[in-house]
Write a protein that binds this ligand. Sequence first.
Ligand SMILES: [Fe+2]
Length: 316
Amino acid sequence: MIIRTQDDLTGAVLSEIERAPNPRFREIMSAAVKHLHAFVRETKLTEGEFQSACGYIATLGQLSNESHNEVVLIAGSLGISSLVCLMNNGDHGQTETTANLLGPFWRAGSPRTTNGDSIVRSPTLGNPIFVTAWIRDREGRPVPDAEVDVWHTSGEGIYENQDATQADMNLRGKFTTDREGRISFRSVKPAGYPIPVNGPVGDLLRAQGRHNMRPAHIHFLICKRGFKTQYSQVYSSDDPNLETDVQFGVTRALIGKYVRHDHDPAPAPDVKGAWYSLEHDFVIEPGEARLPRPPITGKATGEPPVPVVLERVELR
Ligand SMILES: [Fe+2]
């Protein structure tokens, strides 16, 4: 089509999309073009702003590699990852769900661990924590024999894959639910951590005066035949950044009660000083038990990352 004015453009692009045989492709791309063209019109995007946007998006790809994905990071920082999760879980967004983001650090092949055992595999800073989790179906019945992977950061906010000084698979384990649909383990209380801000995501956050912290959490991945595999994160109720999670991941259903015990006897005799307990319930839905592709495959070498923390500030 020969274009006369800007009024001709959207229709011209949409009619070319109609040539595609795949109906879902047509649906997604037509909507994308309509929204993108409407966005350009609404904001009266200038040529300079358009060139900046193209450079910005190109940098997202250029910064992505086997161990870092800047595209996923910005999708989270704009709430898109959470929106996709919440629309596709909880009876397609109708009800609260215990599903959450997978995150970038799940590894396949976590060591099988017996319920009640520890996942601390090398000396690790942090208060001891004793975790019990129940897996139930939508009718409240326990789900036995579900495989549950858990992983989290150390008390310094660093995952083992980022830190050559931690043992391989430290703070990771694979458990099987018992007849009550329950798993339990000992670990150290995780700390929150900053996401990387050396690229476009950092520019985005600085422009808004946002911090780059994720509140402390423990990841769970629950897999059982006949149920949709559920990824989840249980956030620490005492974390100062629950309201301002940089990835918009915190939902009401996933604020875990991390209870501090200063004087109660601990479940293990070697515990000295304060310790924590956490009990949490997960509800899984009917669907396909399919494991995701692991975002990472191994451990970093060299020094652990030096965290860069942005403060939350008022810019106006
Ligand atoms: Fe995480």
